[in-house]
Design a protein around this ligand. Sequence first.
Ligand SMILES: *[C@@H]1O[C@H](CO)[C@@H](O)[C@H](O)[C@H]1NC(C)=O
Ligand SMILES: *[C@@H]1O[C@H](CO)[C@@H](O)[C@H](O)[C@H]1NC(C)=O
Ligand SMILES: *[C@@H]1O[C@H](CO)[C@@H](O)[C@H](O)[C@H]1NC(C)=O
Ligand SMILES: *[C@@H]1O[C@H](CO)[C@@H](O)[C@H](O)[C@H]1NC(C)=O
Ligand SMILES: *[C@@H]1O[C@H](CO)[C@@H](O)[C@H](O)[C@H]1NC(C)=O
Ligand SMILES: *[C@@H]1O[C@H](CO)[C@@H](O)[C@H](O)[C@H]1NC(C)=O
Ligand SMILES: *[C@@H]1O[C@H](CO)[C@@H](O)[C@H](O)[C@H]1NC(C)=O
Ligand SMILES: *[C@@H]1O[C@H](CO)[C@@H](O)[C@H](O)[C@H]1NC(C)=O
Ligand SMILES: *[C@@H]1O[C@H](CO)[C@@H](O)[C@H](O)[C@H]1NC(C)=O
Ligand SMILES: *[C@@H]1O[C@H](CO)[C@@H](O)[C@H](O)[C@H]1NC(C)=O
Ligand SMILES: *[C@@H]1O[C@H](CO)[C@@H](O)[C@H](O)[C@H]1NC(C)=O
Ligand SMILES: *[C@@H]1O[C@H](CO)[C@@H](O)[C@H](O)[C@H]1NC(C)=O
Length: 767
Amino acid sequence: MPTGFNQAMSIFRALFLVCVLHSVLVSAQRSPRKASPWQTLSGNEPLVIARGGFSGLLPDSSFDAYNIAMSTSLPNVVLWCDVQLTKDEVGICFPDLKLNNATDIQSVSPNTSRTYLVNGVSMEGWFTVDYDMDFLQKNVLLFRGIDSRTSKFDGNYRVLAVEDVASLEPSGLWLNVQHNSFFTQHKLNMRSYVLSVSKRVIVDYISSPEVGFLRSIAARFNTSKTKLVFRFLGAGDTEPSTNQTYGSLLKNLTFIKTFASGILVPKSYIWPVNVAQYLLPHTSVVLDAHKQGLKVYGSDFANDASFSYNYSYNPISEYLSFVDNGNFSVDGVLSDFPITASAAIGCFAHIDNSSSGQETPKVISHNGASGMFPGCTDLGYSQAITDGANYIDCPVQMTKDGIPVCLSSINLFDGTDVAQSAFGSLSIIVPEIHENPGIFTFNLTWEEIKTLKPVISNPLNDYQLLRNPANKNAGSFVSLADFLTLALSKPLSGVLINIEHAAYLAEKQGLGITDAVIDVLNKSGYKNETTQEVIIQSTNKAVLTAFKAQSGYKRMYMVDEDISFIDDSSIKDIKSFADSVAISKESIFPSEQLFLTGSTKVVPRLKSFNLTVYAYLFRNEFVSQAWDFFADPTVEIISYVQGGEIDGVITDFPATAASYKKTRCLKTLPPYMRPVPPGGLLPFITPQNLPPAEAPNPVLTDADVSEPPLPPVSKKGTNDVNPSSGGPTPSKSGGPTPSNANVGKMAGFFFSSISMFFASLLLIIVI
Ligand SMILES: *[C@@H]1O[C@H](CO)[C@@H](O)[C@H](O)[C@H]1NC(C)=O
Ligand SMILES: *[C@@H]1O[C@H](CO)[C@@H](O)[C@H](O)[C@H]1NC(C)=O
Ligand SMILES: *[C@@H]1O[C@H](CO)[C@@H](O)[C@H](O)[C@H]1NC(C)=O
Ligand SMILES: *[C@@H]1O[C@H](CO)[C@@H](O)[C@H](O)[C@H]1NC(C)=O
Ligand SMILES: *[C@@H]1O[C@H](CO)[C@@H](O)[C@H](O)[C@H]1NC(C)=O
Ligand SMILES: *[C@@H]1O[C@H](CO)[C@@H](O)[C@H](O)[C@H]1NC(C)=O
Ligand SMILES: *[C@@H]1O[C@H](CO)[C@@H](O)[C@H](O)[C@H]1NC(C)=O
Ligand SMILES: *[C@@H]1O[C@H](CO)[C@@H](O)[C@H](O)[C@H]1NC(C)=O
Ligand SMILES: *[C@@H]1O[C@H](CO)[C@@H](O)[C@H](O)[C@H]1NC(C)=O
Ligand SMILES: *[C@@H]1O[C@H](CO)[C@@H](O)[C@H](O)[C@H]1NC(C)=O
Ligand SMILES: *[C@@H]1O[C@H](CO)[C@@H](O)[C@H](O)[C@H]1NC(C)=O
Ligand SMILES: *[C@@H]1O[C@H](CO)[C@@H](O)[C@H](O)[C@H]1NC(C)=O
């Protein structure tokens, strides 16, 4: 590696760590708690155990993986090291017996693979037992072990010895000995290694799935602080020293208790899932083990692992079901993403449901709780309300018979089963709306649309991340009038009504959407004096101007492109017809190949003109987020709210944002609840992997905002409802609705733009 790069990297690493260290100090004053609410064996808070450090982001068992785990987790985080022995009997931390899993050994030493028996199975690979430590440290670089994780940090780190990890002075060190018998076959003595290393460094836990190994060291650790933990593998796998399956050993916990103080079990031992990935009722494993005086640690927690649908892609919900379910708590969790486990335990467990939490951010649903139910259905709206949305949203579409209804798109291909219905042949191309064919709401009557089945949206289908299949076609569509009736009966701050394609509908379909909306609002309980607010949202200035002229409703201007700056005259223009603005996340923190590159001034500029700023679109699924957010939707929200200073979020998953407002940690901001520094990961990227610099996003100018007034409603077509209109003309409609545009972008992972920050960083690295 060029030394220039190394220097730049260490400078940036130092800066990053200073930031993080600051947060550690800030969080050091955590408020003391009274009687323990924890149902762990000891009554203490469950432990967070960082598997290979922060292995969800950085190469497993690398220096920075361990460092970042320590600086972003609960203060008592335990560092987990999978111990392997080298040919010269040095203990290294590495996730596997075989180096080819997560290093570049295959290219470093191409002809040195071997075939050995591992637990009776023949395996080919590059085994640690064939290399001396000196060779490994000088020649081999760490890579990610799991293909779906980012490759950008590959090749930046070297193999660490157990002592190297201990020298970081973690509050706890956990050694896992997965394959004692393999090393024995190769004349390497894991038992004597473990006994000797524990004299040199403090070892807090030793785990193994081999009964014989743990029993062989039990007496030596009987009086020491080091705790032994028996690791369960698959229930059908055979434990080599007793020749019993792990499933049968689970029924013999009194035996386990003779040599171990705890057990480590895959999370499915506690909360099994069925083949369809739904949670079954919990087992009694934790309660049974606690009865025997054994602690229980759960393994396999990772934000990017496969999730039961019951958690709706929110990893915090999963942790809470293990530590705060009212019946028991595990004593610790083994996680690849210790920041999320820390937040769940430190901030989200035992929160007071009755409190409404802090004000910011305001939470606006996007097509209702469309992450859990088909968009714009009665059930999706009810879920959004239950989950704590402040505003529920109705994207209004006009039916052929002039009824304003809530549907996620003017094109019924999105969100309904129209393609399979009797109306499947009505597909046409309307260039003013989109270049692709569609079956449009204005071509069907409300009675006809009501016969269609709602279909849940699956924007991340390409990644095989489906949304709750059990609810795939659940719920019924609602008219705007039904929607308002539902909303008025609930404790909401208000409703958001989105209006698009107004000019096209007026001119070409004879449908006056603005008048129809005002009319329905007039007939509903939403008079000016109502306690609930009405926000009219549009990407079209003419629509909002029409509403300003005719009503007292609030107005939100939606900027439907990613921007890097917004000039004074356009802000003044927006201010003349709107009170709030919705902008894309990318317009706040631009990114390159899913790495944040910096932050823009768009939010502070809008706020300096007293405009309220909302960001869209928040989703729980980790593939929709920049790597900087650690595959944790809560970290993303924290970063935009605290770091990006937005006032509200527009989200498919209102529950995630609403629960953030109720956490116990908003005053003290522990390190696992702090916004990430935008661009903070760039220094960790290997030089050849740096994303290319691209042209920045456009600047929003007044020319982009200005619109001719809406055209008068024509008499054309079969309808002549609402002949009058709030005034008029074709607009730059064209293109999909903003939310759909966003989906396309997410799916393609094509974010364009780069900040000056990133350009200057490149310069530094080149120097
Ligand atoms: C590995 O083997 C190939 C052919 O089997 C040979 O050409 C090459 O030189 C060998 N490389 C090393 C480093 O020994
Ligand atoms: C590497 O090991 C991890 C577990 O440590 C495993 O999940 C992954 O599939 C392995 N990758 C390969 C390429 O064998
Ligand atoms: C550990 O010590 C206790 C007494 O201090 C004894 O009862 C127990 O059998 C010992 N366990 C082992 C595994 O030696
Ligand atoms: C282990 O158990 C299986 C059947 O339960 C038996 O066939 C096998 O011989 C046993 N092996 C040893 C080493 O005891
Ligand atoms: C528990 O396991 C031990 C060791 O394999 C065995 O000797 C004992 O019989 C088992 N007890 C029960 C109840 O299965
Ligand atoms: C998980 O979700 C399914 C489907 O909604 C439900 O039937 C099941 O009861 C849920 N499981 C738990 C443990 O809540
Ligand atoms: C969980 O605990 C509650 C009481 O707190 C009890 O009513 C319920 O039956 C328990 N559920 C299970 C599955 O043990
Ligand atoms: C608090 O709310 C969550 C989610 O709505 C629920 O799972 C939990 O049982 C509630 N806790 C109490 C004490 O009501
Ligand atoms: C659908 O709308 C298009 C465009 O206005 C029109 O040409 C067509 O006749 C309509 N079809 C039906 C069945 O209403
Ligand atoms: C709405 O109601 C107000 C007063 O009740 C009335 O002045 C206005 O004309 C109504 N607007 C429409 C579009 O019906
Ligand atoms: C609502 O407010 C608007 C503007 O402030 C006003 O023109 C209209 O008359 C009001 N309508 C009612 C029903 O009070
Ligand atoms: C914003 O509002 C504050 C207080 O309401 C006021 O003092 C300030 O002048 C306003 N700024 C602008 C640019 O309107």
